[in-house]
Ligand binder design. Sequence first.
Ligand SMILES: [Ca+2]
Length: 310
Amino acid sequence: MSFQSTGVPPPPTPSYVSGPGSGGGAAPSLPSLYAPLTPSEKTYYDQLFAVADTEGTGQLQGMHAVNFFKLSGLDVSLLKNIWSLADSRQRHFLAREDFYVALRLIGLAQNGIAPTREKIQETATAPVPYARFSNVPLAPPPLPAPATATPPQDPATPSRSPAFPSSLEGDGYAMSSEDRARYLNHFGPCDVNGDGFVDGPQAVELFSRSGLDRSVLGRVWDLADADNDSRLSPGEFAVAMHLIVCISKRGLPVPERLPPSLAASLPPPPAPSAPATNAAAVPSPSPPPPPAPTPFLNTHLRAPQRPRPP
Ligand SMILES: [Ca+2]
């Protein structure tokens, strides 16, 4: 399996002149989707490059890249997109700076963010989730404190968007309005039947990209489906996405119950027994029972569909 023929066609003329290749700066010749690496990110990604570049050539040929990127657990179709974005010069190999781009995109995809040029631009101002690879004895460094999800340490720092009352931010799971908007970008594509809700089969493919254990995803689903109707409203969907990011990217534990900051982002449950407004009506019947909850874990999380080698 290969993203590109490894028959090594003659490389086309680069569409732009390569920069110094350090990757550590915002060299204008680097792909426009690229934001500077943080020092710890560069160290980590250089270590990964050393692992992937088994022949030490400084250029990752197609099959080496394929074999390495498969360790991300991402679907092959996603990896193909990532390859084509990273190999923007269509040279059929990845130089180090191309590899950085690929890792940025993989990190996004592993966190449920579409690996597109637009997305990496949108997220350029926030800490980019680091790519993770199984069977690679390297742990990603801790992310720089995200401006949107840690308890405020310096009240003078105006970096938070006050989406929620400050008293709710201290539980560590607070979701900024920017986070929420970003998650909701995925709601429409996920709601394939357009009914305004995402149900299990629609969510599982996206959520599974996180690489989180299925039991964890089932727990996330249960927490996010606050009204227990076995489908996720947009607000619940954002909560689920945020919990997945908190757990997979920020190392937070799976909470026992929905953190107050996230619960506050959901509309309050409807009044349990609103009085009938029609005076002529017979006593208000109970609302139709919601569909029987279907355990997300059992119903929707089947065997992981990992890309398989041919
Ligand atoms: Ca629900």
